[in-house]
Design a protein around this ligand. Structure first.
Ligand code: SAM
Length: 197
């Protein structure tokens, strides 16, 4: 496990990172409401789940969620939250860059939100069941100051997600300036891929 990443994120969560940001992603909520997945929710995977805001939301919609993150502190905070349906969430500490351990052809839905890992991203369709969806949202490089990571290392370039996933069936792609549910302005790149049956 990459001790540096784990220690960095453990410290951030210990110091209260994202404590006030328990809302699920607006994009995830809106996108799911437009799909028929909600009539028959199955297995979902939350990549780098952090304090679990999106895992909690998916579990509340009826999904059985595998929620993976490198930070034991983040995972512990996620588990003690007041969210409902946490019994449907399997929290697991994993270094998803160095040693990902994910079952193949397994998930109806995989989400990766605000965790930039191109080498992992291009493998994620392998873990989707046929017909399953990969939903991704990343901070994007922007010409003006916006919220999110200070370093471009933790942002994607415009067009980068589409380029990385060009071999997949992309069914949605959107980039620009958005407002998070707490009113913060963010530059985002969003993409949805469907695994061919
Ligand atoms: C900006 S937070 C995003 C959390 C969550 N996806 C969300 O949108 O609320 C990035 C997360 O990536 C996790 N992370 C960083 N490096 C990782 C690694 N190598 N393997 C797994 N998780 C990692 C951190 O612990 C942190 O929870």
């Amino acid at each position: 496990m990459s001790n540096k990443d784990r220690e960095k994120w453990d410290l951030r969560y210990t110091e209260g990172a994202y404590a006030q940001r328990g809302h699920p992603s607006a994009f995830l909520v809106e996108w799911l409401s437009q799909q028929n997945l909600l009539s028959c929710p199955g297995a979902a995977l939350d990549i780098a789940c952090g304090r679990g805001r999106n895992s909690h939301y998916l579990a509340a919609q009826g999904f059985s969620v595998d929620a993976l993150d490198i930070s034991a502190v983040g995972l512990r905070l996620a588990q003690v939250s007041n969210a409902e349906c946490t019994s449907r969430i399997n929290w697991q500490q994993q270094d998803l860059i160095e040693h990902p351990s994910i079952p193949r052809d397994n998930y109806q839905l995989i989400i990766m939100f605000r965790f930039v890992a191109p080498q992992l991203l291009v493998t994620l369709a392998n873990f989707l069941a046929p017909g399953g969806y990969l939903v991704v949202e990343e901070h994007m490089r922007w010409h003006a100051t916006v919220a999110g990571p200070a370093s471009d290392k933790f942002r994607v370039a415009p067009g980068e997600l589409a380029s990385l996933l060009m071999d997949q069936e992309v069914i949605f792609h959107q980039e620009g300036l958005f407002e998070d549910p707490d009113g913060v302005a963010v530059a985002l790149s969003r993409i949805v891929v469907r695994k061919r049956c």
